[in-house]
Design a protein around this ligand. Sequence first.
Ligand SMILES: [Zn+2]
Length: 279
Amino acid sequence: MNILSFDIEEWFHPEIFNGMFPQSSWDKLEPRVEKNTEIILNFLNRKRLKATFFFVGWVAEKYPQLVQAVAQEGHEIGSHSYAHSMITKMTPESFREDLKRSLDVLNSLSNHSVIGFRAPTFSITKETLWAIPILFEEGIRYDSSVFPIYHDRYGIPDAPREPYQIYKNGDDGVWEYPMTTVQFGNFNLPVGGGGYFRLYPFSLTQYLMKKCIREGRNLIFYAHPWEFDLGLPRVKMGVLKSLRHYTGIKKFLDRLDRLTDLFPFTSFREVLSSRVQQN
Ligand SMILES: [Zn+2]
């Protein structure tokens, strides 16, 4: 089964802003995450779909009722860290502290214990694999942060493209669900969602996803609340960055509607529980 996931963060959290909005400024910036997440919730409700919501802990702390509403609708709550810092910029100690802080707030609001993690900006790379045993020790059992591509900010280009056990501890461990790619020769093309979903023509996304499914592989789709925001604040940046960040926002909901008509999707939790039942 294919997986739908949403990284619940504010419009000023993406790494593309490169330090323009330090944490000390967050309380003074216009809040938009709550109503954008409600767009996602209404959409899922209308389509009778379940998904995984990886919350930034800072957002969960500010909007506990939003996390509770997501959980009550039967969606899965996962962690997208506490303060949305790339792991590549953290030490093992500061990473553990940030993770614990996010899990404390999320576990207190969710009716299931939180076992899923997505790193900010897909920042599980070869340099940050030390983070995986820490995830395990803090109760995480699956991670969906590895992008098997070349990219200026993230990626492990030669990582497996299928789900794999990234860390083993006796009979237990951590499973990695890498972001979806399609292989052409030695090159992996991302097709997972977010900016790629906005920038590619829909026909290309559809072609690539069908190819994945023909190869017997499941899709992992991801998106952010700000990608549904028709009033998304415009921040001045370079032309290329601006294209990457603002293209395709208007069409996003409509495209997701078409995508979920074409392929079946659900949450990580549902996929993992059906796997346990099969064994
Ligand atoms: Zn993020």
